[in-house]
Write a protein that binds this ligand. Structure first.
Ligand SMILES: *[C@@H]1O[C@H](CO)[C@@H](O)[C@H](O)[C@H]1NC(C)=O
Ligand SMILES: *[C@@H]1O[C@H](CO)[C@@H](O)[C@H](O)[C@H]1NC(C)=O
Ligand SMILES: *[C@@H]1O[C@H](CO)[C@@H](O)[C@H](O)[C@H]1NC(C)=O
Length: 396
């Protein structure tokens, strides 16, 4: 037990110093720190011989076990700690002192299921974080985060995204990072860098959400499929549905606060404000670009024309027509729809590049750093070759 405590203390130190580490390593350290923290009191109690353990101490261990039972990031370090905590839990459950009601099965199942990925060469497999990987020489290789269309995702996946989004907006463990991300948008990036800048930006939030649950990616919403009904929330799959899997509907007079769904007044407030509600102010006369308009712009061979059209006639209208929090650039990132929008635009960029192979080199040559990011545009040019070894793809 003493060893466990020592490791724990060492990890606190490491996490502080690890900002420059590879992302998966950093994520593992954070997960270990966060998940072990609740059990600190229990470990101290065992160490100092305060037996039997109290219900409260057992509950804290349960919290740790629960925390370790959610997929976070791949890696053996985290895996080792999971086994360690499982062993502690199983031992305490059986021992005479201790926590007879402990649920260790979830973690046990998770470890069984999460790591028994059979890898047959040239087959496509999912890793524990739901990344889509190729199998090469018996090992997972070339793993992609898959972003999905919001209205086609399972309700469970949608709820997972929404819960994590709310968690990073309110939980003290994540809120500082979330506010940092929010504040970035007080500076508007140069038009030339619109696509790579926003790709960087969606990854900032995605990385944070994946600390909560590494299966999460930022969904996209292709409203062009059914552009006429973009305000609809009545169908279960609708983006604006008021169920736990939806973003809720339009704001309500007089303040424009959203009053239904998971982001309603009283359940969600914007970080960096005095508890302001999420607002929407649908303009029902708005016509968002439909599927035909989308196809047309994807056929435009000139990158500048493509980009400007997307920014002015697809991106701009969505911000304005939804209105409220999304209409003001300083608050926009605190609305969940902002991220569904930018994931969608990013997907359009991917599609456009496929169709117009090699038709723009301006981004690759730029030596300028993108504002607020510390990165060059070209670093975010190829979705399958992003900093930190990240690869993204979009499911149709
Ligand atoms: C996998 O693909 C490679 C290259 O296409 C091929 O050489 C190899 O035989 C394949 N392996 C299996 C097990 O099918
Ligand atoms: C709503 O959209 C219509 C059509 O685009 C536009 O003419 C009108 O000015 C918009 N109304 C507001 C209040 O922005
Ligand atoms: C692309 O369009 C822009 C803006 O209309 C124009 O200035 C530029 O010359 C065009 N590029 C090519 C290669 O046609």
């Amino acid at each position: 037990m003493l060893y466990l405590q020592l490791w724990f203390i060492v990890f606190f130190g490491l996490v502080e110093k690890s900002m420059s580490m590879h992302q998966d390593q950093f994520c593992q350290l954070k997960a270990i720190q966060e998940c072990l923290y609740p059990s600190l009191g229990l470990l101290e109690a065992i160490e100092s011989g305060n037996e039997p353990l109290s219900m409260k101490e057992c509950d804290l261990l349960q919290t740790s076990i629960g925390c370790f039972s959610v997929p976070r990031c791949p890696g053996n370090l985290l895996k080792a700690f999971r086994y360690l905590v499982l062993t502690v839990g199983t031992t305490l459950k059986k021992s005479q002192y201790a926590c007879p009601n402990l649920d260790v099965e979830t973690l046990g199942n998770f470890l069984d299921k999460g790591y028994s990925v059979k890898c047959e060469d040239n087959k496509s497999v999912k890793d524990i974080c739901d990344r889509s990987c190729k199998c090469k020489n018996g090992k997972l290789d070339s793993c992609y985060r898959v972003r999905k269309e919001f209205t086609k995702m399972s309700l469970e996946e949608r709820t997972r995204f929404i819960k994590a989004f709310k968690m990073v907006s309110s939980d003290p463990r994540y809120i500082r990072e979330h506010e940092r991300i929010g504040k970035v948008h007080t500076v508007i990036p140069a038009m030339e860098t619109f696509f790579p800048w926003h790709r960087w930006y969606t990854l900032e939030l995605e990385n944070l959400l994946r600390q909560v649950d590494c299966r999460i990616t930022i969904p996209y919403w292709d409203w062009s499929k059914d552009a006429e009904h973009w305000t609809r929330g009545s169908e279960i799959e609708d983006t604006w549905n008021e169920g736990p899997h939806g973003l809720g509907g339009n704001g309500v007079f007089p303040l424009g606060c959203v009053m239904n769904g998971p982001f309603k007044y009283g359940e969600y407030s914007l970080p960096q404000t005095n508890g302001d509600c999420l607002k929407r102010n649908f303009n029902y006369s708005c016509k968002l670009p439909n599927a035909e308009k989308k196809e047309n712009i994807l056929h435009e061979a000139n990158y500048t024309v493509f980009r400007n059209t997307i920014v002015k006639h697809h991106h701009g209208p969505f911000h304005k027509c939804v209105g409220g929090t999304l209409a003001f650039y300083v608050t926009a990132p605190y609305s969940p729809e902002f991220w569904l929008l930018h994931s969608y635009l990013d997907k359009l960029w991917v599609k456009w590049k496929r169709r117009n192979e090699g038709s723009h080199s301006d981004l690759r040559d730029s030596t300028k750093i993108m504002v607020m990011t510390g990165h060059h545009p070209w670093e975010y040019h190829d979705e399958d070759h992003l900093p930190g070894g990240v690869k993204i793809s979009y499911e149709e």
